[in-house]
Design a protein around this ligand. Sequence first.
Ligand SMILES: *[C@@H]1O[C@H](CO)[C@@H](O)[C@H](O)[C@H]1NC(C)=O
Ligand SMILES: *[C@@H]1O[C@H](CO)[C@@H](O)[C@H](O)[C@H]1NC(C)=O
Ligand SMILES: *[C@@H]1O[C@H](CO)[C@@H](O)[C@H](O)[C@H]1NC(C)=O
Ligand SMILES: *[C@@H]1O[C@H](CO)[C@@H](O)[C@H](O)[C@H]1NC(C)=O
Length: 482
Amino acid sequence: MARLYPFLSLLLALAALHGTCGVEYEVENDTPNTLGGVRFDHDIGIPFTKNIMGTINKFIWKVFEQPTPADRKYVPRCSCKACKVMYSIRKAFTVVMYHELTHVFQWSGNFTAPGSLTEGIADYMVLRAKLNGPGFALPGQGDRWDEGYSVTARFLEYCDGLRPEFTAALNNKMRHAYSEDYFVELLGKPLEQTTPAMARLYPFLSLLLALAALHGTCGVEYEVENDTPNTLGGVRFDQDIGIPFTKNIMGIINQFIWNVFEQPTPADQKYAAVVKVVIAQYDGFEGFVDISNNLINISAVYLQGMQGDVLRTAFRALMYHEMTHVFQWSGNFTAPSPLTEGIADYMVLRAKLNGTGFALPGQGDRWDEGYEVTARFLEYCDSLMTGFTAALNNKMRYAYSEDYFVQLLGKPVDQLWSEYKAKLFEDLPYELVDSSQNFHGEWDANLLIEADSAKGASFSTSHSTMQVPCKAAEASSREKLG
Ligand SMILES: *[C@@H]1O[C@H](CO)[C@@H](O)[C@H](O)[C@H]1NC(C)=O
Ligand SMILES: *[C@@H]1O[C@H](CO)[C@@H](O)[C@H](O)[C@H]1NC(C)=O
Ligand SMILES: *[C@@H]1O[C@H](CO)[C@@H](O)[C@H](O)[C@H]1NC(C)=O
Ligand SMILES: *[C@@H]1O[C@H](CO)[C@@H](O)[C@H](O)[C@H]1NC(C)=O
């Protein structure tokens, strides 16, 4: 457990807490024979709960910047009585504990602080503990600062951005009383002024608020339509993704693309007044873009095979790809499509949405094989020159030429590709040909390694095979024999 939950302090830390802080943690399962009670005993248990109570307690004091007992709310004993809601997953339980324990230790202005704020601070603690899961609000989400819970938590996170440790200071001000004036005292402006500024601070995140602002300043409108609500995939879309979520991520992705392309002003960006997404019933591919209409057409048949987080992640990756097509330059349609597809997949990579099926660095036979192979090659070119892919895209505004590679990196693209492949072999560790060992590093576990003395070593993943020249294999055998 210590290894699994490195962030949780264990018996040792608990002992320390007992000694120094004097809080006792009690846990009791009052309902051991119910479904949830049995789950609690089996999957969570009293020792685990006591452990995390101590850890969380310390974490809360740290975040609230209360180093000494004089700063803290005095709590002699803190008990968790087989908390009414049971979670089968320890992580979910840990989240609840962060939230609830914050209620124990936070100030509430002698119970005059609005519940939405105290709930927001409790969720803020969850955020600080990096335990915000998929259901947690995204930055900028919500309509009011005091909507409570994760919306307010995100707002507090934003305030922290204006003034380091704002939330800790706010909490500490709330020791005896509460006033909205604390925001003015700490940030120099009233809440109403603080709220609209969110759109500026989280430029890469969309939300109703930022969307409204975007309408005015950047002029992109996002429309989403489910044209096939009664099919399997259409129902999945409505249930697991939905129109508000899609609009949200469109704004986020749009900003992300402009950031990655290093296009801060409208003059740098490709103009699109409206970007529309439709979900339609067709088979054969995941989605495509009708560039002249900025219309992203997504296959409901593709969506129907997945659900939940898996579906949402795949959908996001697809949206990064398709929206890049909307906003990338194509040299007035003269750039080779393997390159534009590669740049679209490069965006997926930059968004860290390359899943296990995504091409590995060095895969493929040609730089313009397209999609993921080309994306990895562009990633390599970035390593030679920071911002290479952004610069290449920006050069492609009116026309395309392979010479852009020479202009930016000083070498023709074919030479860059050879060097890229050669570099990969140089980087191969010797023990790679030893099939008894797993390859450590980026390729990790799904890599199957076979040694073949004639051909060199061949590495196959679930989706591709790669050959290593004999030289590398020989060197490795020698190393092993030696
Ligand atoms: C909290 O408020 C109550 C009245 O509502 C008052 O009696 C009490 O003294 C207050 N406590 C503190 C610590 O200010
Ligand atoms: C989306 O694509 C499908 C398949 O090509 C087509 O039948 C449908 O009309 C398209 N939807 C829109 C709105 O263009
Ligand atoms: C794009 O190419 C067409 C001809 O193929 C030309 O008429 C048009 O002016 C070009 N547009 C730009 C922006 O260069
Ligand atoms: C995605 O690519 C990055 C950068 O090359 C790599 O560090 C990461 O492990 C990859 N993720 C997966 C799931 O393969």
